[in-house]
Unconditional design. Structure first.
Length: 364
């Protein structure tokens, strides 16, 4: 392989597309420090801040996804997509990448499509158990498709699929040794069980409503609760912080210590969360967001629960079933241990390295 290969990585719109892209870039640089990497994203989305913060250059395209209702943005979509194709061609001609990598989101659609038209090798990384519209559109001409779930040959040619898993934080691999440190860090009582509630960085309104309603139930079970309510909701719920074994945070920096402290975890079922929780190996109740494309969070969760490796609760069933399911996991060690053991068998901790190895195979 040449000493300084060049890569364009494109993906964004949400953290689920951005963080895998950054993890891939970091692994490329770890293996080949002289490699040159350029990101391409949507000019008004969060990647324009997150990627430079991670130390990489990024170019922005005028692109946005199609909304589910009639909007001005939808009317402009053909114009934006054409503009993005033209700008992508200019970027690719100037940067001359050896391989172009897409991690999903509409910005990656334009860049990867143009690279394929120019006969530049492409790799797409699909995080979910149900592929997004962009990756489905790009799949037929991609050289390799890195996936995290079985059963994707329905959507992609099986000879292109490589099951690698999703990139995850490397510090999660050692949480088994961090329980004492985690309990000290969060000020927890080591003689009580700890329930961790995750709603994502922005927060999940329905999960927050549930936790507030169930605070008396948690107190009756004599458990501690670490409640990550999200930045949009912290002002509503911070009044409960440090009150009768409840600890409320808008955002969690030390996820490794959070998971080390947990006995039971309640979480949304985004692709990155599911992949990380498989490595963590604790009993999980997944509450998928119903407000996502193609209901992919439910499909992600089902791929785990079908293997008896987690509990799936739909939002509509929370009021009637949450207490029962939580009690099962808190009071029956046998069930909790079985879920932990089963979810760990689904973990793919070497995902980032495996994806990068597939990318390197395409460098001429």
């Amino acid at each position: 392989m040449k000493p300084n290969p060049r890569f364009i990585i494109s993906g964004g719109g949400t953290g689920g597309h951005i963080y895998p892209a950054i993890a891939i870039a970091n692994e490329i640089k770890a293996q080949i420090p002289a490699a040159e990497i350029l990101f391409v994203g949507a000019q008004d989305k969060m990647e324009m801040q997150k990627v430079p913060a991670a130390g990489y250059d990024i170019k922005g395209l005028w692109i946005a996804g199609i909304q589910r209702k009639i909007t001005v943005d939808n009317a402009l979509f053909p114009v934006k997509f054409l503009s993005s194709l033209m700008k992508s061609r200019k970027i690719i001609k100037e940067f001359k990448p050896d391989v172009v990598i897409g991690t999903g989101g509409f910005a990656s659609g334009a860049v990867v499509k143009v690279a394929q038209q120019m006969n530049i090798p492409t790799v797409i990384q699909e995080q979910n158990s149900y592929p997004g519209i962009t990756n489905k559109m790009l799949a037929s001409k991609a050289n390799a498709i890195c996936v995290a779930y079985d059963g994707l040959s329905t959507y992609f040619k099986s000879n292109k699929i490589i099951k690698t898993g999703n990139p995850v934080r490397q510090d999660l691999l050692t949480i088994d040794t961090k329980r004492n440190e985690a309990q000290e860090f969060y000020g927890l009582n080591p003689n009580k069980k700890t329930v961790v509630i995750l709603g994502g960085s922005l927060g999940a309104r329905r999960i927050n409503q549930l936790v507030e309603k169930e605070l008396t139930f948690f107190k009756e079970q004599n458990v501690q609760v670490i409640w990550q309510c999200g930045k949009f909701y912290i002002n509503d719920y911070k009044k409960y912080h440090n009150n009768e074994d409840v600890f409320v945070y808008d955002f969690i920096e030390r996820m490794d210590l959070l998971f080390a402290a947990a006995d039971v975890i309640v979480s949304r079922a985004g692709a990155s969360s599911v992949s990380e929780l498989a490595i963590v190996g604790k009993p999980v109740i997944f509450i998928p967001s119903p407000n996502v494309a193609e209901d992919h969070q439910t499909k992600n969760a089902k791929s785990i629960t079908d293997k008896n490796a987690a509990v799936l609760l739909k939002e509509a069933d929370l009021d009637s079933q949450f207490q029962e399911q939580m009690l099962r996991l808190l009071s029956n060690d046998q069930i909790a241990e079985a879920l932990s053991k089963n979810i760990k068998t689904l973990a793919l901790p070497n995902a980032t390295k495996d994806i990068v190895n597939e990318i390197f195979k395409l460098v001429k």
